[in-house]
Design a protein around this ligand. Sequence first.
Ligand SMILES: C[S@@+](CC[C@H](N)C(=O)[O-])C[C@H]1O[C@@H](n2cnc3c(N)ncnc32)[C@H](O)[C@@H]1O
Length: 220
Amino acid sequence: MSSAPVVRHLPPVVPPTGTAPDDIGTGHPMREITELLAADPGAWTPSLAVHVAGFFDELAPGWGQDRSARSEVLVDALDRGLPAEVREPVLELGAGTGAGTRALVDRFDRVVAADLSTEMLVRLEAPDASRVLADARRLPVPDAAVGLLVAVNMFLFADEVRRVLSADGAFVWVNSIGERTPIHLPADRVVEALGDGFSGVASSSGWGTWCVARRVSGDD
Ligand SMILES: C[S@@+](CC[C@H](N)C(=O)[O-])C[C@H]1O[C@@H](n2cnc3c(N)ncnc32)[C@H](O)[C@@H]1O
């Protein structure tokens, strides 16, 4: 029998300011895909992968002008959500042009940025990160090889997260404008999708939301 996911919600340290961002998430075609994959990662077919890669290839030239909000939410998640000891390497899924990657290389030595879109990856602005063209549904990574897995506004492939994450590893999920983000899932859905044995800590920063999920250990 599966038990309910355990997510501890922390009060925000950085409150939202200014006008709320437009809700560009509700009804967005990428939201539909996000929901589909959260329920069943097997719904990711080769033709869907080609469609999504093409979609982001087209957006890539205009991507990444003002993406500071993304890294601010990620930094809050890293500051408040991570265990004291984090093992490397760090793998970022759907890194895009590197808005989150830069925050990762600022604090970790071995960071790999993965993306499905060639046009995003060639524009990745994080010289200290290795980059790999890869599909997060089938990562070219051995089992339990990753200490920290990061997804900023990226689809959830829960079975692959479980496979590559080390026993004491952490998975960071960020939605830069919270539920208004096209690729959004609430923290409870993320932890629920990861399945039995995972728990999470979640909060918000500005208009963004984050969750850090880990396997429950005997110390918890
Ligand atoms: C909404 S963008 C976010 C990019 C970046 N994380 C940011 O916040 O600026 C989603 C990114 O995920 C990538 N992506 C989508 N599906 C993917 C998959 N199956 N494997 C790897 N990357 C994928 C897209 O190419 C795109 O770069």
